[in-house]
Design a protein. Structure first.
Length: 256
C-alpha cells in the first residue's frame, strides 16, 4: 500500500523550474533513495512533501489523503517528519529538552490545563519525560541528557536530530543527507542505525544522500533527479548502470 504519492508535482521559483512533473510512490515500510547532482531539486521535493513549499501544479497524497495545501504543522501531527542537511537542533536546550519539544506535538491537552498545571497535565508531562529518556537510551544518548545540544560531537548531534524526529511518532521519515560530514566508520554505523529504526519503528523512509555507499547499501529503490526532472528510477544495480545517471553525475556519455 502506498503511504506517499506525488503526482505531476511542479514547483517554480520565478523563472526557475525546481521540480517538473515529479512523480513518486512510496510503499509502506520501504527505504527509498532520492539522488541527483547539486541543484537537481531533491530538497525542494522534501520541502513540498513537508509543506514548506506549495507546488504550482500536481498533488501530494499521504495515507490516501490529499495534503497538497496542508501546512507543515498538521503534516507532522499526521506522521510526516524530517531531518535537515544542516543540523537544526535547539542550541539553547539540553539533549533531553530537544526530545521533549518534539514530543509535545502528541500532547492532547487544553490551553487551560497547561496554564493551570492540572494533575492530568502534570501526569502526562512526567510520562513524556520517561518516554524521552527511553528514546535517548535507544539512540545511546541518555548519558548526555543534561548536556547542551551544540556541545555534542557531530555524529551524536546527527543521532539526536534523528531521535527528535522519532519523538514525533512518525510514519514517514525524511532524511536529508544524514551521512554528510561523517567518516566511513560513522557512515557504516548510521546505515545500521537507519535499518534498525526502520524495522523497530515500522517506518517508511525517504532519504537524500550523496554518499553512494549509503544509498546503494540500504535502499531497495532509488529515484534520480536532474534539473528538476526524473531521469531514472529502479534498483541500486539498475541505477548504477543507467547511462543517463552516469552522464548526470560525470558530465560524460556512457561510451566515454
Amino acid at each position: 500500500m502506498a503511504i506517499l504519492k506525488l503526482d505531476q508535482v511542479t514547483k517554480r521559483f520565478g523563472g526557475l523550474v525546481a521540480l517538473k512533473d515529479f512523480n513518486a510512490n512510496l510503499e509502506e515500510g520501504e527505504i527509498v533513495g532520492l539522488i541527483g547532482p547539486n541543484g537537481a531539486g531533491k530538497t525542494t521535493a522534501f520541502n513540498v512533501i513537508t509543506g514548506v513549499y506549495k507546488p504550482e501544479q500536481g498533488r501530494v497524497t499521504f495515507n490516501s489523503r490529499d495534503i497538497t495545501m496542508l501546512k507543515a504543522h498538521p503534516r507532522t501531527a499526521m506522521g510526516i517528519c524530517r531531518t535537515f542537511q544542516n543540523i537544526r537542533l535547539f542550541d539553547q536546550m539540553t539533549v533531553l529538552e530537544n526530545i521533549l519539544v518534539a514530543m509535545h506535538i502528541r500532547l492532547k491537552k487544553s490551553i487551560f490545563s497547561v496554564v493551570a498545571g492540572s494533575p492530568g497535565y502534570q501526569k502526562r508531562e512526567k510520562e513524556m519525560k520517561e518516554e524521552a529518556f527511553e528514546l535517548l537510551r535507544y539512540v545511546n544518548l541518555d548519558h548526555l541528557a543534561d548536556e547542551r545540544a551544540p556541545n555534542l560531537p557531530y555524529g551524536q548531534q546527527r543521532r539526536l536530530e534523528i531521535g527528535r524526529a522519532l519523538a514525533t511518532n512518525p510514519k514517514l521519515l525524511l532524511l536529508d543527507e544524514p551521512a554528510a560530514g561523517m567518516n566511513p566508520q560513522e557512515t557504516a554505523e548510521l546505515m545500521e542505525f537507519i535499518n534498525k529504526i526502520q524495522g523497530e519503528f515500522k517506518l517508511t523512509i525517504f532519504i537524500i544522500e550523496h554518499q553512494m555507499m549509503v544509498v546503494m547499501g540500504i535502499c531497495k529503490r532509488i529515484l534520480v533527479l536532474d534539473y528538476g526532472l526524473t531521469i531514472a528510477q529502479g534498483t541500486p544495480k539498475e541505477i548504477q548502470n543507467n547511462p543517463k545517471v552516469i552522464e548526470a553525475y560525470l558530465g560524460v556519455k556512457d561510451s566515454a
